[in-house]
Ligand binder design. Structure first.
Ligand SMILES: Nc1nc2c(c(=O)[nH]1)N[C@H]1C(S)=C(S)[C@@H](COP(=O)(O)OP(=O)(O)OC[C@H]3O[C@@H](n4cnc5c(=O)[nH]c(N)nc54)[C@H](O)[C@@H]3O)O[C@H]1N2
Ligand SMILES: Nc1nc2c(c(=O)[nH]1)N[C@H]1C(S)=C(S)[C@@H](COP(=O)(O)OP(=O)(O)OC[C@H]3O[C@@H](n4cnc5c(=O)[nH]c(N)nc54)[C@H](O)[C@@H]3O)O[C@H]1N2
Ligand code: SF4
Ligand SMILES: [Mo]
Length: 727
């Protein structure tokens, strides 16, 4: 086990906040625009979803006054969804955090930072390096995220730190790592336009990724669009085939499809032979998944199953896409891998219009997966590997003994450790778990036990900030610079185009200040600007699948419309095209360069229907105008018009009739954990026995049952048992 040098409180010496007063511009205070912004307009990347749309920001006297979608950006080609259009307007709000807040009172940065370091050092000194943890996000720039991970682990000596990407992408990470040997989503958005058959499993892009959906609509091949979702979503309505399977029966369905494809000669034997391992075992495993069994367990008819399999078999270029309907489940990793298996066995990978493609969620989810220093050591490395630690130490200039030699606990394990009292302090950066974490009352009970709860957020009014001992006021998107990595692995630069309110600072500068107050500022000597950190991360990526050493710097990212990883320099030459997919040579990142078939027997979800709770509650996105816990989108008057005024429960007409409930009536939704009062929307978009609530209302996670995929530790937000009663 790693032993860290004992922490001693080193008295703070003062110059940096004095500088903050004398030279505020060094920390971005009062300074716009970013040094890279030329004159009247500049280009940015949207800071909401992982599509990563390019936006043109129009400036007056150096400050943003308006924006329009960027017609030249290869991602969105001149379009944006409502959130993107409103991105600047959510920044002005009375509840923006303007000053640090300590125990409910505004304080200056000096007091806040001294207090932060004092408390964290006390806890780490008294209880060891496992007693404090950080929980971060896929919503800050990847340079910032890397700074946080490096500061907390190498600088401050923490072992544990995870991200809200655990709620979101952990499954895809676990699945890709085992199947492909690296966390490597293979696709490029052009694949949406080049497929003959697109299969969406547990994904509702019309609402959650509207501009990716625009790319689907540009497909000129009249493609078959297949949606697997228990609900008739907006995407399902636009599809050519919709399979409304029983919730969480995807694994059985996907194995059933593999069974039929094998039986009907749908296997690309040459590809399987040359580029994969484990197919024979998989073939005998799926022999049990007969159409009869699959139809009984999923609720599909044998005709539909046959049509689904035939469409895949006959498709020339078939692409498979998945999102939270898969990633959030009790057997999520195996389900994602069952999708990967279908792409592999049919040879639908590494070619235009194909792929086993996990769509990410947040603007920088991909950056968080590879460069946050949480579950991976910077650049997709492994904390447990001595050679990796040496390499990252060299690339970052950090002393190698400061790099932990073991994995962080996963998010839920950190929370459990807080409940058990071994974790005593948590520092949340850009995430609002008092609203978004599963089984919320339990989460809040545990958060309230902490000795020290710090929240670093744009707003002081979030559910989590309200519980915090210390709130650190952060600048938001548009008020700072750095890069995001989008769903197709594209790194895009976004500039500072506005002043942050009050004394709010970019997360980047907050981390610099903490490093200084902690006494480890010297370790981060080179980390003065985001672009300098970008260079450090480039060095960390060398030789990895996600190598980015070939990118010249921010200027090139702006010039070229973003760059997809990998981007290594070949003989000093830049030869990148704007759309690139992985595995074109059939070589994967595993040791034998073969993709691996991974599978397991399906098991039933942990919380089942029963006489007391006869309905299955699914949760997810509500409208394209709402973003998660609504701290940002909730501030826009325009977006508010696109959102139902009250929380609505989707309920099937049969269930409504049985309960004697009419459309628009008030009902109680009750689970083993809590009860809420909501309005009904009686609709056949949900099947009998199933109900749906959007996640954006702060109360919804009071109902959800906390279960986790054992391989990815991602929460299963989409399967809880409830009953509905008339109020
Ligand atoms: N407007 C908007 N856009 C967003 C976000 C937002 O908050 N608002 N969030 C972003 C983020 S972080 C993410 S992760 C993505 C999420 O994007 P999506 O995953 O597309 O969104 P969800 O609505 O969570 O879930 C997708 C679908 O899974 C279905 N589902 C539920 N249970 C099952 C099941 O057992 N099997 C199958 N096959 N499907 C099931 C639900 O009915 C739902 O329609 O969206 C991103 N984009
Ligand atoms: N029931 C249910 N629950 C779910 C889901 C579901 O499908 N169903 N989906 C899950 C998924 S996929 C996700 S990704 C999570 C999302 O859950 P959260 O991460 O908790 O949701 P957000 O509202 O995006 O929280 C981001 C916070 O960061 C702040 N912020 C924004 N920009 C910045 C910045 O630049 N710096 C700082 N310091 N703060 C900033 C915002 O004000 C906000 O408080 O929710 C999960 N919860
Ligand atoms: S689709 Fe996503 S990235 Fe594009 S404008 Fe909308 S929220 Fe922003
Ligand atoms: Mo997410």
């Amino acid at each position: 086990m790693l032993t860290l040098p004992a922490m001693t409180f080193r008295e703070w010496t003062g110059p940096l906040t004095a500088d903050l007063v004398r030279e505020p511009a060094r920390f971005g205070l009062g300074q716009v625009p970013s040094r890279l912004v030329p004159d009247a307009t500049t280009k940015a990347i949207c800071g909401f979803c992982s599509t990563g749309c390019g936006l043109k920001i129009h400036l007056k006297d150096g400050e943003a006054i308006n924006l329009t979608p960027d017609a030249d950006y290869p991602v969105n080609l001149g379009t944006a969804c409502p959130k993107g259009w409103e991105a600047l307007n959510v920044l002005d709000a009375p509840d923006r955090a303007r000053m640090p807040i300590l125990h409910g009172k505004e304080v200056d940065w000096d007091t806040a930072l001294r207090y932060f370091c004092d408390q964290m050092k006390r806890i780490l000194d008294q209880h060891g390096p496992e007693a404090a943890a950080f929980l971060s996000t896929g919503q800050i720039m990847f340079e910032e995220m890397a700074f946080l991970g490096a500061l907390a682990k190498f600088g401050m000596g923490m072992i544990h730190g995870d991200g809200n990407t655990r709620q979101c992408m952990a499954t895809a990470v676990a699945a890709y790592k085992e199947s492909f040997g690296f966390d490597a989503p293979p696709f490029t958005y052009a694949d949406f336009e080049e497929s003959d058959v697109l299969v969406f499993v547990g994904a509702n892009p019309c609402i959650a990724h509207p501009i990716m959906w625009q790319r689907v609509l540009r497909n000129k091949r009249q493609p078959e669009i297949i949606v697997v979702d228990p609900r008739t979503t907006e995407t399902a309505m636009a599809a050519t085939q919709h399979y409304a399977i029983k919730p969480k029966s995807d694994l059985t369905l996907l194995y059933g499809l593999a069974h039929r494809l094998i039986r009907d000669g749908g296997v690309d034997k040459a590809f399987v032979e040359a580029h994969t391992s484990g197919f024979e075992a998989f073939e005998s495993f799926v022999a049990d998944f007969t159409p009869e069994r699959v139809c009984a367990e999923t609720g599909l008819s044998t005709e539909h199953l046959a049509l689904f399999a035939r469409t895949i078999r006959q498709g020339k270029a078939v692409s498979f896409w998945w999102t939270m309907g898969v990633n959030q489940g009790h057997q999520a990793t195996r389900t994602a891998q069952a999708i990967i298996n279908l792409a592999l066995m049919t040879g639908n990978i590494g070619k235009p219009g194909t792929g086993a493609n996990s769509i990410t969620g947040q603007c920088n989810a991909m950056g968080s997966r590879l460069f946050s220093n949480t579950t991976n050591l910077l650049g997709g490395h492994d904390f447990r590997n001595a050679a990796h630690r040496e390499k990252v130490a060299k690339a970052t200039g950090m002393p190698v003994e400061r790099i932990p030699d073991r994995q962080s606990l996963a998010y839920d394990q950190i929370i459990q450790a807080a409940d058990e009292g071994t974790v005593k302090a948590i520092w949340f950066v850009a995430t609002n778990p008092s609203h978004s974490w599963i089984d919320q009352n339990e989460m809040n009970r545990i958060l309230d036990k902490l000795d020290f709860l710090v929240v670093q957020d744009m707003y002081c009014s979030t559910e989590t900030a309200k519980r915090a001992h210390l709130v650190l006021p952060a600048a938001g998107w548009g008020e700072k610079e750095g890069c995001f990595i989008n769903s197709e692995r594209r790194i895009g630069y976004s500039p500072k185009v506005r002043r942050a309110p009050g004394q709010a600072l970019a997360d980047f500068h907050i981390f610099r200040l903490i490093a200084h107050y902690w006494g480890c500022g010297e370790m981060f000597r080179e980390w003065q600007t985001p672009e300098e950190v970008f260079r450090v991360l480039q060095r960390c990526s060398e030789g990895q699948a996600c190598e980015i050493t070939g990118i010249e710097g921010y200027a090139q990212l702006i010039r070229s419309g973003g760059v997809q990883w990998p981007a290594e320099m070949t003989n000093g030459e830049w030869r990148m095209t704007n759309e690139r997919r992985l595995f074109e040579d059939g070589k994967f990142f595993t040791e034998d360069q073969r993709a691996k078939f991974c599978f397991d027997e399906p098991v039933v979800p942990p919380e089942q229907r029963c006489a007391e709770f006869p309905l299955i509650l699914m949760t997810g996105r509500g409208t394209s105008a709402q973003w998660h816990t609504e701290t940002r989108t909730g501030k826009s008057a325009v977006l508010a018009k696109m959102v139902p005024e009250e929380l609505m429960l989707d309920l099937n007409p049969e269930d409504a009739a049985a309960l004697g409930v009419r459309d628009g009536q008030r009902v109680r939704v009750i689970s083993k954990r809590a009860e809420l009062t909501v309005l009904t929307r009686v609709t056949s978009c949900v099947k009998p026995g199933e109900v749906y609530l959007p996640m954006h209302d702060g109360r919804v996670n009071q109902l959800t049952h906390a279960s986790f995929d054992p391989l990815s530790r991602q929460p299963s937000y989409k399967h809880s048992a409830v009953r509905v009663e008339l109020v």
